[in-house]
Design a protein around this ligand. Structure first.
Ligand SMILES: [Zn+2]
Length: 467
């Protein structure tokens, strides 16, 4: 199944008696680096002899499995980063193994070692005693110094694909003669995100939960997977841009105790397959070709929300915000963009034909470019620069300026000064950098059109008056 190449290479090395003195096992968490480290330790120290298939029943094998084998040293570099631990290794390494043939040093999260520790380690690796094997496990290979790397045999542990995991689960069930539905295994494979260990443990639960059979319905229930109809409803609301019902649905799922992360992931998967379908000219049940642009946009926002929500105490907030963004973001445009287009003029001037664009200031009414220029003179260039970084939205009775946290205080300090140059009250809103939407609005030739584009709410009245 998984890690075939790594295992095969190690097995061959054992067979040929060409064990390296230092290995690097690189790859993401939970991918089997520790497991393989221990298997290798057993292979080297099994009482039945060095073998690619350790017996697993002798005292040495059992102790290695338990982590109590005296010649296996497991060092967690994340908590013991220091040179002392490496010095201890250096001091002890020349003594013969106590019980086994090899002393095996497994340094987990090896990239966390300090430079001094790496230097000390390097000295050891330069002249390793014959009975020692080092295994450096790391999730961040690039942080291991080249000098160390060049003395190790590097194995990359690639995450198993969904298919790999599914096949593996299938294999287990066949061995144990348990009935299953393929869809259930697919679901578990998706859910475990490339973690074989997770997949196996979910499978265990699924067997128990489904009283001996692994079927889709009970697996869904076990995993708290949201029923398909709810997913479809959500997607339909998305298609209709029915923000209210989207928010209500999130609320409902949360209240009923569903895991919103799982829900969101299912939504993302659906969006992704809709996009792929449509892009290659296939039909999708909910979305059409016209929706492709929207879908890309939605997926972008939803993807970010998914990663943000993982580290947030109340994922519901992030997900609701992501939905709300879909609505309000359309009214936003960057001030910088407006300055370039010279198009930020007040609603009253929207009624004027485009050619009067170049008329004087007075006729234009509010002009953000000159406003920012004046603000710059009055309050300092840094304030106008800060404003230019923001986004602005005109509302019925106010302007709302969205600013990054870093520049927010600069503008806030000068709020009164800035207000003088705006025809309506301004409100400031603090947003984190990633929340400032990057939206490219389509280019139109006429500046007035750009304004209309910006203030979508006003288009109707303009069209009525303008013909
Ligand atoms: Zn053994």
């Amino acid at each position: 199944m998984v890690k075939k190449t790594v295992v095969n290479t190690l097995k061959n090395a054992l067979k040929l008696g060409r064990v390296s003195h230092a290995y690097i096992f690189a790859g993401s968490r939970g991918i089997g680096k520790t497991t393989i480290s221990r298997i290798l330790t057993k292979a080297l120290n099994c009482e039945k002899g060095i073998s690619e298939n350790p017996c697993n029943v002798c005292e040495n094998c059992i102790e290695i499995d338990k982590g109590s084998f005296p010649d296996m040293y497991e060092i967690d570099a994340a908590s013991n980063r220091g040179i002392d631990d490496i010095r201890n290794i250096k001091d002890g390494i020349n003594y013969a193994p106590i019980k086994g043939r090899y002393k095996v040093y497994i340094i987990d999260e090896a990239h966390m070692l300090t430079r001094e520790a790496f230097n000390a380690l390097l000295k050891t690796l330069e002249e390793p005693p014959p009975h020692s094997v080092f295994i450096l496990a790391t999730t961040e290979l690039h942080k291991i110094p080249d000098t160390i790397r060049s003395r190790c045999q590097v194995f990359m542990f690639k995450p198993p694909s969904k298919e790999d995991i599914k096949n593996y689960l299938e294999y287990i069930l066949k061995q144990e003669n348990v009935e299953y539905e393929e869809e259930a295994l697919e679901l578990i494979a998706t859910y475990s995100e490339g973690g074989v260990r997770d997949a196996a443990s979910i499978l265990d639960q699924a067997v128990t939960y489904g009283s001996g059979k692994v079927d889709l319905a009970s697996t869904q229930e076990l995993l708290g997977i949201i029923p398909k109809t709810l997913i479809e409803n959500f997607l339909k609301h998305l298609k209709e841009k029915d923000i209210k019902n989207l928010v209500l649905l999130i609320e409902k799922l949360d209240k009923e105790g569903y895991d919103l992360h799982i829900f969101w992931k299912q939504i993302l998967e659906n969006l992704h397959s809709a996009l792929t379908n449509l892009a290659i000219g296939e039909k999708n049940e909910i979305f059409e070709e016209n929706d492709i642009k929207d879908l890309i946009y939605i997926q972008n926002i939803f993807n970010k929300a998914f990663f943000e929500a993982r580290n947030y105490f109340e994922p519901k907030h992030i997900y609701t915000l992501a939905v709300l963004k879909l609505k309000y973001i359309k009214n936003l445009k960057s001030i910088e963009e407006l300055l370039k287009s010279k198009a930020f003029i007040s609603t009253q001037t929207q009624q004027q034909p485009a050619k009067q664009e170049e008329n004087t200031q007075e006729q234009k009414g509010f002009d953000i470019q000159s406003a920012i220029l004046k603000i710059g003179k009055d309050a300092g260039g840094i304030v106008s620069a800060a404003l230019k970084k923001g986004k602005i939205e005109e509302r019925e009775d106010s302007f709302v300026i969205f600013l990054e946290e870093t520049v927010y205080p600069l503008v806030e300090q000068k709020l009164e000064t800035i207000q003088k140059y705006f025809p309506k009250p301004i409100k400031l809103e603090k947003v984190s950098k990633k929340d400032i939407p990057v939206k490219k609005t389509k280019k139109r030739d006429e500046s007035v059109d750009k304004v209309l584009d910006l203030f979508q709410g006003k288009i109707m009245s303009y069209k009525q008056q303008g013909g």
